[in-house]
Design a protein around this ligand. Structure first.
Ligand SMILES: NC(=O)c1ccc[n+]([C@@H]2O[C@H](COP(=O)([O-])OP(=O)(O)OC[C@H]3O[C@@H](n4cnc5c(N)ncnc54)[C@H](O)[C@@H]3O)[C@@H](O)[C@H]2O)c1
Length: 392
């Protein structure tokens, strides 16, 4: 990919959808997209209310002419410009992701979409088909799998460092819903989260379970084939789902456990993965994201650090500061944006495109199938198969 940015000749132009001034993930997307100079955030729609959207654009420093009132307006007006947006990044409430992603694909734009990609698996399959038909790039904002040490964990598993897989354990624990938000003062965010029509079929899966499943699938290099799940609410009287614990079987039959909740009082954003193979195990957790533990049976445990000189060049390139300097979620998000940009520029230049590891719409579709299988298992009380994409 050497020189691709220079040969392309300009940063890509990104239109944002959502991520107004009060949304923390909006700032994460904007900062990550511009972090390495691959993108410029040039336009946006920042609220479902047109007047608020334009005001929010001004507050965030966007050109007034490109702070639009609706997504339809942005797509139509940008298409008339000599310097139109190349892609959109979607970070709105969950029920709008499918509609905006579909509209962008149909307008010939690439997409970075926050999770969950859609309301259901059928919609996600439709986005896969549209992405492929239009030869678009479609990334999903699973930042955790874009940390350098998670990428290295994936490589270690693929290269057989821990041997044939035996057990995968993934968990994601938070406390944001430990209190009864239902009884407190409501803002827009809490209103849409507590409305299952808007937040999705299973709130905790839309919010964090999708990240845990994707992390496990990415590092193991496998989809989840079957699941039996305990799905419910830890907080008494709650109607939305704040807890899922499941036994899973990967494609090759490897067993796994999966636990996610946002209702663990005292919990801190705590996503953790352990994978055990015939020869040893790896462990990564988000509290110390620059470190990966590798423990081979009978040998001293190794703590591998982002920036260690023996790491492959491609892994080292995913970090930006020297070994020992903290990096975090913004840098991980920036890795996704950098890969999407390189793929788009390389395609435009007719270069060969490497198999970048950023999460794709196919991964988002697998997540939707997993969520639906968990819900089927709750209803049946049995193991359920996770649906596969109808396309290869
Ligand atoms: N990838 C991650 O790690 C991560 C983390 C947090 C949130 N998210 C995702 O980001 C999305 C937003 O979550 P949030 O916590 O920021 O919610 P939020 O309610 O705090 O913010 C939503 C933003 O979207 C704007 N908005 C609402 N409807 C809109 C519309 N129709 N058009 C344009 N803008 C609109 C709102 O004005 C607001 O600025 C969700 O899909 C959530 O799952 C992802």
């Amino acid at each position: 990919m050497a020189g691709v940015k220079e040969r392309f000749g300009r940063p890509l132009r990104l239109g944002l959808v959502g991520g107004g001034p009060t949304s923390w993930i909006g700032g994460m997307h904007r900062g990550a997209a511009e972090f390495d100079g691959w993108w410029r955030c040039t336009a946006g729609v920042f609220s479902g209310d047109p007047a608020r959207s334009r005001a929010a654009g001004a507050q965030l420093g966007f050109d007034a002419a490109r702070s639009y009132g609706t997504v339809e307006e942005m797509l139509a007006q940008e298409a008339k410009r000599s310097d139109p947006i190349d892609a959109i990044a979607i970070m709105t409430p969950n029920d709008t992701h499918y509609l905006y992603a579909r509209a962008a694909l149909d307008a010939g734009l690439d997409v970075v979409c926050d999770k969950p990609v859609t309301h259901d698996f059928a919609q996600a399959c439709d986005l896969v088909a549209r992405t492929r038909r239009g030869a678009r790039v479609f990334a999903v904002a699973h930042g955790y799998s874009a940390y350098p040490m998670v990428r290295h964990a994936h490589d270690l598993v693929r290269n057989g460092a821990i041997g044939a897989l035996r057990l995968v354990q993934v968990e994601y624990i938070q406390s944001g819903m430990a209190a009864r938000l239902e009884d407190g003062p409501q803002n827009n965010r809490i209103r849409w989260l507590l409305d299952a029509e808007r937040s999705g079929q299973a709130l905790v899966m839309s919010a964090i379970g999708c990240h845990a499943q994707h992390l496990a699938s990415f590092v193991s290099g496998q989809r989840i084939a079957r699941v039996t799940a305990d799905v419910g609410a830890l907080v008494p009287g709650r109607t939305v789902i704040d807890y899922v614990s499941a036994l899973v079987a990967l494609d090759d039959g490897t067993r796994g456990t999966f636990t996610v909740t946002q209702a663990a009082a005292g919990g801190e954003n705590d996503i953790r993965l352990r994978i055990y193979g015939a020869k040893g195990m790896i462990e990564w957790w988000h509290r110390e994201p620059s470190y990966l533990r590798l423990a081979l049976q009978g040998e001293a445990t190794q703590v591998i650090t982002r920036g260690d000189p023996f790491l492959p060049a491609a892994t080292l390139a995913l970090g930006r500061t020297p070994r020992g300097h903290p990096e975090g979620l913004r840098e991980a998000f920036a890795n996704i944006y950098a890969e999407v940009a390189q793929e788009r520029m390389a395609r435009a230049l007719g270069d060969a495109v490497p198999d970048f590891a950023y999460p794709r719409i196919e991964d988002g579709a697998h997540t939707m199938a997993f969520i639906e299988a968990c819900l089927r298992s709750r209803a049946s009380g049995r193991w359920e198969d996770v649906a596969r994409l109808p396309l290869p």
